[in-house]
Ligand binder design. Structure first.
Ligand code: NDP
Ligand code: 2IT
Length: 448
């Protein structure tokens, strides 16, 4: 059995019932095979892959808090500090009922490679809870965030582990988490990113993942001789990533016609009105049905009754920005039948493995999340830099650095794919470029 296969079997045995984690490891392992084969003796002796798939530390804790009726609620809480070979652990906190150790480990594993691609000194980590922020009052959100931080604070720090937002964790939650960290430790430091702009938050962090997704998509299309302007785009999700992906796509001259949430999706023939979407989602925290009721050109499709998704619409570019495994093989078939040119992952692992393979076979340009959505964490790292030097940079300065980082990521993954004889395979390019960097840093630091 090859070394890769041996370690993959070990991952399956040692992490039973963790399908998302298995999926993320398999994708990386399938891509890095040529690099591992070149160095098999050395990697095997140093147990490099065994170490790579084992988190350096996993913290699991209980989060008890009191709801508005006086009832004590208990949620799980976790932080996986996966790999610190190239910098302090960095990655978001997800608050969603679907959060399990498997989900957090897949996200933490992906984060190692994504962070390596940014070119900035950040290692990989992820955390979260099965707490559901939906329908909770502000007071309940604060109570939960404070309780979560009452345990987490002892494991994080500006130089060790710097959490941030993810599904269900936005500026409001980061604010409450930061306040509690400060109260418990007495330190005002860059321990979280995505903070409010009055207390250390970077300009462009809110926009960064969505904007970055469009910068790299534009760069990739340009390098293949295609102009993004005038193209139609389908987006899923209507959260932080989706909103700013829609905004930047429209600024670049594309027309975005869909958005979704977990209950359904909208088709807006006039193009999504992003200011209205922000008002409904960010300010009023309402559902997409509200957007549809205020916008005559929009039609709402209920997921349960219709069973359809945004991928049923004929567009040139598809940007899944909601959650993992949301774009299936059937969706990919529909997209291809409708002539899609490119699929770029705004979310983490939103396209299933079978769908990714199918898109590759059909020569659809595909950028995996660890490259395409790296603009968020990259801008978090820029927030860390600003906090360290106790300065703020202007919107234009951060935005131009973000654009530059995304362009470099594209060049890196494009080059790695070519170097290994797989031009245009950006999944292989991203995994190989990132793995080589992390592996070199791990080897140089000895057996730790
Ligand atoms: P938000 O919580 O702001 O938005 C999430 C969106 O996805 C909502 O519209 C939500 O709908 C929908 N969604 C969530 N879970 C599901 C589900 N199980 N089924 C269908 N729809 C779902 O999160 P973000 O926009 O921050 O994150 C979206 C994705 O992008 C995630 O995969 C995240 O890991 C990834 N990402 C985020 C980054 C960031 O900076 N925020 C950076 C890089 C990647 P509803 O409101 O109904 O739940
Ligand atoms: O998946 C991700 O990259 C994020 N949720 C952002 C992490 C961060 O530290 O900004």
């Amino acid at each position: 059995m090859s070394y890769i296969e041996e370690v993959y079997q070990r991952v399956l045995t040692q992490n039973p019932s963790q399908p998302e984690f298995h999926q993320a490891v398999k994708e990386v392992f399938d891509s890095i095979r040529p690099v591992v084969e070149e160095n098999e003796t050395e990697y095997r002796r140093n147990a490099l892959l065994e170490r790579l798939v084992s988190p350096e530390r996993q913290i699991i804790f209980r989060v008890p808090w009191i709801d508005d009726r006086g009832q004590v609620q208990v949620n799980n809480g976790m932080r996986v500090q996966f790999n610190s070979a190239i910098g302090p652990y960095k990655g978001g906190l997800r608050l969603h009922p679907s959060v399990t150790p498997s989900v957090i480990k897949f996200l933490g594993f992906e984060q190692i490679f994504k962070n390596a691609l940014t070119g900035l000194p950040i290692g990989g980590g992820k955390g979260g809870s099965d707490f559901d922020p939906k329908g909770k009052s502000d007071r309940e959100i604060m109570a939960f965030c404070q309780a979560f931080m009452q345990e987490l604070y002892r494991h994080i720090g500006a130089e060790t582990d710097v959490p941030a937002g993810d599904i269900g964790t936005g500026a409001r939650e980061i604010g409450y988490l930061y306040g509690e960290y400060k109260k418990l430790t007495g330190r005002f430091e860059g321990v979280l990113t995505g903070k409010g702009k009055t207390f250390g938050g970077s300009k462009v962090r809110s926009e960064a993942t969505g904007y970055g997704l469009l910068y790299i998509t534009q760069e990739m299309l340009k390098s293949n001789g295609i102009d993004i302007s005038g193209k139609t785009v389908s987006v899923s999700g209507s959260g932080n990533v989706a909103i700013y992906a829609i905004e930047k796509a429209e600024q670049l001259g594309a027309r975005v016609v869909t958005a979704s949430d977990s209950n359904g999706w909208i088709y807006d023939s006039e193009g999504i009105d992003v200011e209205l979407l922000k008002d409904v989602k960010e300010r009023r925290r309402q559902r997409l049905t509200e957007y549809a009721s205020l916008r005559p050109s929009a039609v709402y499709h209920d997921k349960k009754t219709e069973g359809t998704t945004p991928w049923s619409v004929k567009t040139d570019i598809a940007l899944p920005c909601a959650t993992q495994n949301e774009l299936t093989l059937d969706d990919a078939r529909t997209l291809v039948a409708n002539g899609v040119i490119a699929v770029c992952e705004g979310a983490n692992m939103p396209v299933t493995r079978e769908a990714t393979e199918y898109l590759k076979e059909k020569k659809v340009y595909f950028i995996p999340g660890k490259a395409a959505n790296a603009g968020g964490v990259a801008t978090s790292a820029l927030e860390m830099s600003q906090n360290s030097e106790r300065l703020y940079w202007s919107f234009d300065e951060v935005d131009s650095r973000l654009r530059d980082i995304m362009t470099r990521i594209f060049r890196k993954i494009d080059k790695a794919a070519r170097d290994y004889g797989m031009p245009g395979d950006y999944v292989a390019g991203a995994n190989i470029a990132a793995f080589k960097k992390v592996a070199e840093a791990m080897e140089m630091q000895g057996v730790v």
